[in-house]
Structure formats: structure tokens, C-alpha cells
Design a protein around this ligand. Sequence first.
Ligand code: UDP
Ligand code: MG
Length: 321
Amino acid sequence: MTAAQPALSVVVPIFNELAVLPLFAERLRGVLDALGEAYEVVAVDDGSTDGTAAALTGLRAGWPELRVLRLRRNSGHQAALLAGLLRARGGYVVSIDADLQDPPEVIVELLRRARADGLDVVYGVRADRHRDTRFKRWTAAGYYRLVRRLVGEQVPAQAGDFRLLSRAVVEALRELPERGPVLRLVVPWLGFPGGEVAYQRQERAAGRTKYPLSRMAGLAAESVTAFSAAPLRVATWLGLAGVAVCGVLVVVAVLAWAGGGTVTGWPSLYLAILFLGAVQLLCLGLLGEYVARIYTAVQGRPAYAVAGDSADGEPVRPGGT
Ligand code: UDP
Ligand code: MG
């Protein structure tokens, strides 16, 4: 670390946020300048194609604390966040979304809590989600219930990726061999002393969500397979259940035969075949999920590629158009 290590780094993953970027930058800067401490903002341009890149370069000209990290291609929210975290230099590192759903003003409170209580992690926890759609609330509730069972009760419910980490946590993340960890689960799993700060999650100030249903489902699937091998055992249990049912059916068939009755039931035959076929495909699919994880891990390809970091004095090329 250089002597110029800032007290605070704020990491912002940004993908095609041209509509909200100026507004966000202004509010964030107001909050951080008022802190009266050395800080840096690490804006991670996750391969934007809408002019966000050029806008960031423009902002940097009048804001020396802004540092732009450019990824070569769109790598996804989690990967962009990780790229920023691992390059941040601050004693504390806060991650925040660029769409003003997480109010920058809360950063002050996160920092205050961390210092007052000597915490290494402070989660921003959504006080209420009445602004979210019923569907989003419902799926989110299911998601948190599931991951708390898998990872442990230290995973705060309703905490997204708005949080503060101490330098120690960032260094612990760096040590992890995992390539693309689900940060909101891996951070609590690391087991550092943590606290929570409740805040009101706002509407997106402008632009559109980059998290369609398919990505939410992907995150959920990854959260499960990253922390549990239980689904792999589903095949075993289904197999055992199938054997038990078969045993009963054999007895029934034998009794019917002894009693002179014929075993009819063409429907029961094809239903059984269909059902078993479906179960087998399901189990194969589950196996596939884990094999895919092993495959990705063995490839060892990084989750993102950094094209340039303005802190290195490298020319940071605006990507896209
Ligand atoms: N984001 C990113 N890469 C992506 C998708 C999103 O860096 O591939 C950023 C996005 O610009 C925003 C944050 O991640 O700052 C959260 O995304 P978004 O607001 O779209 O998600 P939501 O709040 O709807 O879950
Ligand atoms: Mg958002």
C-alpha cells in the first residue's frame, strides 16, 4: 500500500447506466466530499456499450478521486464487483449500485457503524420492499430462506450487495481460490464480525434493470450449487423411493395373479415409464450443473479481464461506442 491509501473506497459496477450516471456521480460526490477524508471511487465499467465509458472519462477530468476500471467485456454484476473490490485500496471498501437504489447517504452510516463497533462487515439491509413487485418480494423471500439454510444464519436476510468491508475482508476474498464467488454469500461465510444498517431501497432513478428473471434464476442456482451438494443426493432418494414403490407393486401384482385376476393397466405402464424418464433427466441435469461448476473451476479462467485502470496511469480506452 502506498502512503496515499485512502480511508475509503467506493466500488461501483456500471453497465450501460448513461441515463443515471451524472445524477449518481453528483450525489455520491456530495456525500464523499462532505466526509472530509481521503477516498477513491472505483467505477468499474462492465463493458458498457451506450456511451457510459466516455461519460466516465469525462467525469474523471473534473473529479480526481474518481478512478475508472475498464473491463474488456460485459462480465456480469458479480464479476464487475469483484474486479473493483480486489483493486480498491481503501481501508474500508463500500460497494454500491449506480442506479441510486442504494442511497449514497447511507455510506456515512455504514462507515460510522464499522468504526463505532469495530466491525469488519456492515450490510445495508432493505428496511422494506414495498416498492418491489409482489413477485420480486416473494422470490426474494424464498431465496433468502434457502441461502440462510445452506450457508448459515449469519447471512442477513434482505441484504444485497450494498455493504462495507474492511481491508481484512477484502484480503480474505483475495485469498479465495474461487473464480466467481457469489459475494453476498461468501462474505458472511468468511465469518468476520458483522453488523447491519437498515435503509430504504429506492426506485431505480433512471434506466432499466439489468437483472431480468433469467439472471435472477441463474444467481439462485449458483448460490445453491456453490454451497450445497444436497441436490446431488436427490437422485439417490428418488431411486430408493422408486425401489420401494416397485416392491409394493410386485407384491400387488403377484397377489392379483394368484387370485386369477389379470393385471390390466396400460396407462399405469406408460405413466411409470414417463415418470421415471423425467426423474432420470432431472437427475442428469443436476449432475450437469455440478459438472459444469467443476469444469469452470478446472479451466481456471478469470471471471473478468481488466482492460485498463486509470490508477495505473494506463490509457483507459472507452469500450464500445
Ligand atoms: N451491472 C453490471 N454488469 C451487469 C449488470 C449490471 O455492472 O452485467 C451493474 C448495474 O449497472 C448496476 C448494478 O450492477 O449498477 C445493479 O444492476 P441493476 O440495478 O440492473 O440490478 P437490480 O437492482 O435491478 O437488481
Ligand atoms: Mg438496481
